[in-house]
Design a protein around this ligand. Structure first.
Ligand SMILES: C[S@@+](CC[C@H](N)C(=O)[O-])C[C@H]1O[C@@H](n2cnc3c(N)ncnc32)[C@H](O)[C@@H]1O
Length: 259
């Protein structure tokens, strides 16, 4: 468990790693922004909103713009992620949210539950702080999300470190579309599911290499071994782009609205 927490802390010491991953989706068609989906699903009349695991604040910014009368607090366990986020913000853990029972209209937990050591505890915290009738919005990836790039990165990592090494994709699998519902249904009577799929068509190796570099903290090796992993991945992409114009894969997200 301690190892998992260190991997996550290392990755979110600053916003750069997450921004590198998110920028891969610039190559997506249709160009649907998950922030638009969350903005549509969020209740319009909420007055007090917590964005838990808010990262660099892309959802929170949109909610503050759409609902200027509402207070939207950004919460994250990693202080470095909050560096660019306008207050109100707070460094706190989803497993122990420093707000009273029945005090919040809407909680957002976007692409963050799979990082939490005790997912059931975090979801129980969301239920505890929400007012009766309040809404929890959760997003995660589907269990078949990004199959081709994950396979490519896994080949590079395992060719250097062996077949049994922890693969970063396994982190998300702790709360992807295959198992998120069971955590949510344990606390919420109504769990609605919204799935969104799009093609990501990448014209050059750079964005895929940047993504791999961004998950270094999740790969259990020293810097020299990670350089070898990058070299294996770069060679494979070079071979791919020698015969294909693009590297293509499906990006598949799922949103849950829980009441
Ligand atoms: C994949 S990022 C998502 C950020 C943002 N929600 C978004 O979608 O752009 C996950 C975020 O969750 C935060 N996080 C991880 N574990 C957490 C915990 N136990 N409590 C609060 N935040 C946590 C990380 O620091 C990181 O900023």
């Amino acid at each position: 468990m301690a190892v998992e927490i260190e991997r996550t802390k290392g990755n979110y010491a600053h916003a750069g790693n997450l921004k590198a991953r998110v920028s891969l989706y610039d190559y997506r068609t249709p160009r649907i922004d998950p922030v638009d989906i969350a903005a549509e699903l969020a209740p319009a009349d909420a007055r007090f909103v917590l964005d838990v695991g808010c990262g660099y604040g892309r959802y929170l910014k949109r909610l503050r713009t759409d609902h200027p009368g509402a207070t939207v607090v950004g919460i994250d366990a990693a202080p470095g992620m909050l560096a660019e986020v306008e207050p109100p913000i707070m460094v706190a853990d989803a497993q122990s949210i420093p707000y009273p029972d029945d005090s919040v209209d809407t909680v957002l937990a976007m692409h963050m539950l799979y990082h939490v050591p005790d997912i059931a505890k975090a979801v129980a915290e969301f239920r505890r702080v929400l007012k009766p009738g309040g809404t929890l919005l959760v997003s995660t990836n589907t269990d078949d999300d990004m199959a081709e790039p994950y396979a490519h990165w896994a080949r590079a990592i395992r060719s250097v470190l062996g077949p049994d090494v922890f693969f970063p994709g396994d982190e998300v699998a702790k709360s992807d579309s295959a198992n998120a519902t069971s955590y949510l249904e344990a606390e919420f009577a109504s769990v609605e599911r919204f799935e969104e799929r799009g093609l990501v068509s990448v014209p050059e190796p750079g964005p895929l290499m940047n993504y791999l570099a961004s998950i270094k903290s999740y790969v259990d090796c020293d810097g020299a071994a990670f350089e070898r992993i990058l070299a294996v991945a770069a060679a494979e992409l070079e071979a791919h782009f020698a015969v294909h114009d693009r590297f293509e894969f499906e990006k598949a997200l799922v949103f849950y609205r829980c009441r």
